[in-house]
Design a protein. Structure first.
Length: 320
């Protein structure tokens, strides 16, 4: 019996129950009334159920028909959900996107980029996964995420990097510090002051140390920590001066924040790269997120320029 019951039988039965008549069902299915009547009779014979009573030439559903209709509706609802999901995927209104980044970008760049992206793709779930270097590079090389955001493009095995933004590092000081009166800080201004630094393995720590060594400036290293947000928190509590990326400084410094930022008289470049794993299965949402990421980088570059002058030395470009 089960093998003989076809989708056409169920379709005709559902059409009759929904339309309320053979005439309405035939019109909905673009077929003839005799054809609908034959399919219904065949279905009743196969199921050995009386699904309709014939009353004055009209079909009256039985209790068994209503019970069966509930099950049919549940089945069709499942099929409709599948079709709706496929439509949303085609229109990029549903899906998942996995991102990997440094902690600084999870705080000061990706929130704005995600907001721009989800304004156009509200049904997409975005997973933001912060990693310190070198774990970030290892995760991207392992093809573990759809897209990465990094500070450098050096020798990323199995990944392709593109430059989005280039700015300069800035100094952060406790609010009220005497050096805050200066519009720009030279290396010599840091001489003898307590300094909050990154760990020695950090690339920016190494660049900062080189600048001061070449200038012959001795600082008093007070605290070491591993990310820019933590550095700024130390500065806010008066533990010293620091040099951090301009995006974190823009997010955390300012009036009433307890810290202020000042541009440097020397350059320590800070760069933002989008990193795409080369061998991960393609996700069409990645290119769309890169558009939002590029727009956010451009907006932040302009905000940095307004805050401290200069700004980006490279305009963000939308990916092709």
């Amino acid at each position: 019996m089960r093998s003989s019951l076809t989708h056409r039988h169920v379709e005709v039965f559902r059409a009759v129950m929904t339309a309320g008549s053979v005439t309405g069902a035939a019109a909905a299915l673009s077929t003839s009334q005799p054809s609908v009547s034959r399919e219904l009779s065949r279905m009743e014979s196969l199921l050995r159920l009386a699904l309709f009573d014939r009353v004055r030439g009209r079909l009256q559903p039985t209790a068994q028909a209503y019970a069966l209709f509930e099950e049919v509706q549940r089945s069709y609802a499942g099929l409709e959900r599948v079709a709706d999901t496929a439509l949303r995927l085609r229109q990029f209104t549903q899906g998942q996107l996995s991102l990997a980044c440094l902690p600084a970008f999870a705080h000061a760049l990706l929130p704005g980029a995600c907001a721009r992206f989800q304004a156009a793709h509200a049904g997409v779930s975005v997973s933001v996964n912060p990693y310190e270097s070198p774990l970030l590079e290892e995760r991207l090389a392992a093809q573990a995420h759809d897209l990465g955001v990094a500070e450098h493009d050096g020798a990323l095995a199995g990944a392709q990097a593109s430059l989005l933004l280039e700015l300069d590092e800035v100094a952060v000081l406790p609010a009220g510090h005497p050096l805050a009166a200066r519009r720009r800080l030279a290396a010599s201004d840091f001489a003898g002051h307590a300094f909050v630094s990154f760990h020695p393995r950090d690339r920016y720590r190494q660049r900062v140390d080189k600048v001061f060594a070449e200038a012959g400036v001795d600082r008093r290293l007070a605290v070491e920590t591993d990310n820019a947000v933590a550095v700024c928190a130390m500065v806010r509590h008066g533990l010293g001066l620091a040099i951090v990326n301009p995006l974190t400084a823009l997010a955390l410094a300012g009036e009433g924040a307890g810290i202020v930022a000042r541009p440097l008289a020397f350059q320590i470049p800070f760069r933002v790269f989008a990193v795409r794993p080369a061998h991960r299965p393609g996700n069409p949402l990645v290119a769309r997120f890169q558009v939002a990421l590029a727009a956010e980088c451009a907006a932040l570059g302009q905000a940095v320029a307004r805050a401290w002058g200069g700004g980006s030395r490279r305009a963000s470009r939308r990916p092709a």
